[in-house]
Design a protein around this ligand. Structure first.
Ligand code: TXA
Ligand code: MG
Length: 345
């Protein structure tokens, strides 16, 4: 059966959001926009509803979900305590693309947190997401909208084929703002550990005088037996079927030369590059990533979903500096390339 669909691209039609909120109350799945990526939402307090999310995505049951809230009263009902650093982060970055890990209360079903004693919570800034939570008057558990392993959905056209019929309601608000998932952090011994980089950067958090540690697994390959702070780090993610290679140099000429060298070797190649570099590559197959980090973060998931259509032997992707939003982009790209990465100095 097809999912119910509402087009909210022109205006935030309240009737439709109200209807979708009713679906959440009834234990059904609603695909909804957030400022980062689309989410597949269900009542976070309903074990059965949450289990439908895992089924729809084909998600491993040991990978916990993020709970979305619309006010701090909801937060207090879900977590044991809110530390001083967490309070500062909330004041500065909520509502917005930051997920904070807290010690959880027992009212949260075990399948939401994959049995962990902690829960990841965020207050999205997207108006439709907030309205949906407010009108259902429930915390909403929601992973990114994609089949597990695929790039996250940043517009409905990209994900309709894989999710139509698997969710009950689709709220279509067009392209999202940011394009990569939220920053996930946990405070340990008065330091913020970044478990997944996103739009809220190390630099943003440090500017508040809080020390920040970037978990090394963000850019490294994770062995399945290794203990990780965030289960999501273990899984294959974002990778197209075609082999991909990520190339970076702080010197743009060297970057272009290296990519041309690789094109020469492999011949049947597709390049994903910055707008200003595209005409320098000696191949017909090119996709434009945009110019700024903001452009690239908006475009990468849609581009990664396109590359298999080219039927090439190799996809070469331009890397960016691992700083600010660039770290989030590189974290997604290095996974898309399954750690097939060259850095030229
Ligand atoms: O921007 C986002 O965060 C999007 C939108 C829909 O809000 N959601 C999202 O959810 O990206 P998902 O399920 O695709 O990714 C959640 C990540 C996973 O890597 C998971 O392992 C981690 O957050 N996570 C969730 N709860 C956790 C916990 N209690 N401890 C450590 N990591 C956790
Ligand atoms: Mg995801």
């Amino acid at each position: 059966m097809k999912s119910k669909y509402a087009d909210l691209k022109e205006n935030n039609n309240l009737d439709k959001i109200e209807e979708a909120a009713q679906f959440i109350k009834e234990g059904k799945l609603v695909l909804f926009p957030t400022e980062t990526v689309y989410g597949i939402g269900a009542n976070a307090l309903d074990t059965n509803a949450v289990s439908k999310i895992f089924k729809a995505k084909g998600r491993a049951s040991d990978n916990p979900l993020i709970v979305h809230i619309c006010n701090t009263q909801m937060l207090e009902r879900l977590v044991l305590e809110i530390g001083e650093i967490e309070k500062t982060l909330i004041e500065n970055f909520w509502p917005g693309p930051l997920t904070i890990i807290f010690n959880r209360k027992s009212c949260i079903p075990n399948n939401v947190t994959a049995g962990l004693e902690t829960v990841g919570i965020r207050m999205p800034s997207n108006k439709i997401a907030r309205k949906l939570i407010e009108l259902s008057n429930l915390p909403i558990a929601a992973p990114s909208a994609n089949i597990s392993g695929k790039p996250s959905g940043t517009k409905i056209e990209d994900i309709i084929d894989e999710l139509d019929g698997k969710v009950d309601y689709i709220l279509d608000a067009g392209m999202v703002d940011i394009g990569v998932e939220s920053t996930v952090i946990r405070v340990v011994e008065n330091k913020v550990h970044i478990l997944r980089p996103g739009k809220i950067t190390k630099e943003d958090i440090e500017s508040l005088g809080i020390p920040v540690i970037i978990e090394k697994q963000i850019m490294e390959e994770c062995k399945s037996h290794e203990k990780v702070m965030s289960p999501g780090m273990k899984y294959r993610h974002y990778a197209p079927n075609t082999k991909c290679l990520l190339v970076y140099s702080h010197d743009n000429n060297k970057l272009v030369d290296k990519i041309n060298e690789e094109i020469e070797l492999e011949k049947n190649v597709l390049v994903l590059g910055k707008t200003s570099n595209l005409n320098k590559y000696k191949t017909q197959n090119k996709l434009d990533m945009g110019e700024s980090l903001e452009d690239i973060s908006k475009n990468i998931f849609t581009l990664l979903r396109k590359v298999d259509k080219y039927k090439v032997k190799l996809v070469i992707i331009e890397g960016v500096k691992k700083e600010g939003l660039g770290l989030a982009i590189m974290n997604r790209l290095i996974r898309a390339c399954e750690h097939n990465y060259i850095e030229v100095n």
